[in-house]
Ligand binder design. Structure first.
Ligand SMILES: C[S@@+](CC[C@H](N)C(=O)[O-])C[C@H]1O[C@@H](n2cnc3c(N)ncnc32)[C@H](O)[C@@H]1O
Length: 533
């Protein structure tokens, strides 16, 4: 019951238009942790998806006014509004997988709603017919252009073949038909192999959920993973040969990319996986087990504390860095459900600065591994501060120069992918910009960024005279880093915690264009103040 009230209070808070769903939960005083918090978050998000439809039902059945004793127009302080409570309860009754309100039958709000059950269901069918939707799920609000694709990655580590998966999907039980060519939006009950990852990635219609309680999903034969999130592993493992050496996934949980790298290594050799957060490490362990990854040595450890010169990592040739980021590219879960981002621009700038500094530090640490020759850096962010600008700072670092790290050219970074980097963020250098890839929702993926550093003689370097906006400025003074906790999202929308870090040596202290802009603004403000005095 409290669980419904908490979700309803978060909806009320969102109604007042104050930030993200998660932020609204905190602001509404919802303090649940662990599984309970996830459940409340999920209910809030799911309710938002069906909100316009549920509001129509409330209006058509006039349930709120008929049951005004239970759902009064005005509710006491610290209680949710009647409308929001109705929204979450009706969501569970009509759209949840169990199709019921999970509370005692004697709870007055549930009793009141059940009195109108038949009418509510009938109205819902009417709306479905009017909207031309054969399934209720198709009434859900989606992220914009109606071209949402649900991607599913085939996992060869499971020991089953792709042909077996096709047969399963096309069986009478599931009844899918495979198309030879991509069609967008993907038609109902059809699927096809994604044109960029045609050996592993299957594309389904947006509302698909055939994998719920399906043996292939439960048994790790398929993994739900956004298309863009598959790219880093694909780029990292380009040209891999079994006897080349070992790999590192420096920031592994929940483990989607780890399991893909493991599969690309044919589950052979050794993949060292680091995860710093204890909770997320547990998720990683579960994921690796489910995905049958037997070549992964996972540890709960901070990658920045690993010793690049140790014998243990002497055979590591490839490193994936997919560090904590702002998650600004994730559009398919939360962001489209609320109108816009009301975060104050200054705090946003500061947050990006901190993230960029941490991300750069991760790259510079990876550069130190003696045998490393290919490093992929990716984010699920669309901000240049975390993407191209971090890459430029890394390329200009002294360690990159000392160890010969350059940027891999387009030819070895998914050349078939059209959307490349922003030249204006890379000193105007088209070749560098073509070396990295970006993804946007219009590409039917999450917003994403992938870059690849190499030291095999093919690497690109920034031009001698780079764009001053992207210049790295080593900081000679200033405070050392403190462990300030910050929350970010990974590309699957999971909330993660990062602790901001920086080195005392100043190697990773960068001033991004955003920082410079802030300094400029502060100076201008000070000048204006002086003038007034
Ligand atoms: C964006 S997520 C990674 C998602 C993952 N690559 C996947 O595809 O499933 C970043 C992860 O890195 C972890 N992390 C952040 N800093 C770290 C560090 N210094 N060492 C190890 N793990 C770190 C975070 O806790 C978080 O789980």
């Amino acid at each position: 019951m409290n669980f419904y009230k908490s979700a309803a209070m978060a909806l009320d808070h969102l109604d007042k238009h104050q930030g993200s769903v998660k932020g609204s939960l905190a602001a509404a005083g919802v303090t649940a942790t662990g599984g309970e918090a996830k459940r409340i978050l999920a209910l809030t998000i799911e309710t938002l998806k069906y909100r316009p439809i549920i509001l129509q039902l409330i209006e058509k059945t006039t349930i709120q006014s008929i049951e005004r004793l239970v759902f009064p127009r005005k509710t006491p302080r610290n209680s949710p509004s009647s409308q929001s409570l109705l929204l979450v309860l009706l969501h569970d009754l009509l759209f949840s997988s169990r199709l019921k309100i999970e509370a005692s039958d004697k709870w007055p709000p549930k009793e009141a709603i059940l009195r109108h059950q038949a009418r509510l269901r009938a109205e819902l069918v009417r709306i479905q017919i009017k909207e031309g939707k054969s399934r209720k799920e198709d009434l859900a609000k989606t992220s914009g252009d109606g071209e949402v694709v649900r991607y599913v990655r085939y996992n060869p580590n499971s020991g089953k073949t792709l042909q077996e998966l096709f047969a399963h999907l096309e069986s009478d039980k599931l009844g899918f038909e495979r198309l030879e060519e991509p069609v967008y939006p993907v038609p109902q009950r059809k699927y096809f192999m994604d044109p960029h990852l045609d050996d592993v990635l299957l594309a389904f219609p947006g509302g698909s959920n055939w994998w719920l309680r399906d043996e292939w999903y439960e048994g790790g034969g398929v993994i739900l993973q956004d298309k863009a999130s598959c790219f880093p592993a694909k780029v990292l493992m380009e040209g891999w040969e079994e006897d080349e050496g070992e790999c590192i996934d420096a920031t592994a949980a929940p483990g989607n990319k780890t399991s893909y790298i493991s599969a690309l290594m044919q589950n052979q050799g050794k993949l060292h996986a680091f995860e710093r957060s204890p909770n997320r490490y547990k998720t990683l362990e579960r994921m690796l087990e489910k995905a049958h990854c037997t070549n992964v040595d996972a540890r709960r450890a901070d990658f920045l504390e690993s010793n690049p010169d140790s014998y243990e990592y002497s055979k590591v040739t490839r490193i994936l860095l997919d560090p904590s980021c702002s998650g600004s590219g994730i559009v398919n879960r939360l962001d489209y459900l609320i109108d816009d981002d009301t975060e104050e621009s200054d705090s946003k700038v500061e947050r990006l600065e901190k993230l960029a500094s941490f991300q750069l530090q991760m790259i510079l640490h990876a550069f130190k591994f003696a045998s490393a020759k290919r490093i992929v850096y990716s984010t699920c962010s669309i901000h240049p501060e975390e993407d191209e600008r971090v890459v430029m700072s890394a390329l200009k670092s002294s360690i990159a120069k000392e160890r010969g790290w350059g940027l891999a050219p387009k030819t070895s970074v998914l050349p078939g992918w059209e959307r490349r980097g922003r030249p204006e963020e890379m000193g105007g250098d088209e070749d560098l910009a073509n070396g990295v890839i970006r993804c946007l929702p219009e590409d039917k993926t999450n917003g994403f960024f992938v870059s690849c550093f190499v030291r095999d003689g093919t690497g690109l370097w920034p031009r001698a005279k780079p764009n001053p906006r992207t210049l790295k400025r080593p900081r000679k003074d200033g405070p050392d880093a403190e462990g300030e906790a910050e929350e970010t999202k990974d590309d699957d929308g999971e909330v993660e915690e990062i602790a901001e870090e920086a080195t005392a040596g100043g190697e990773s202290k960068v001033k991004t264009a955003a920082q410079l802009e802030r300094i400029r603004r502060k100076k201008a403000q000070q000048k204006a103040k002086k003038r007034k005095v």
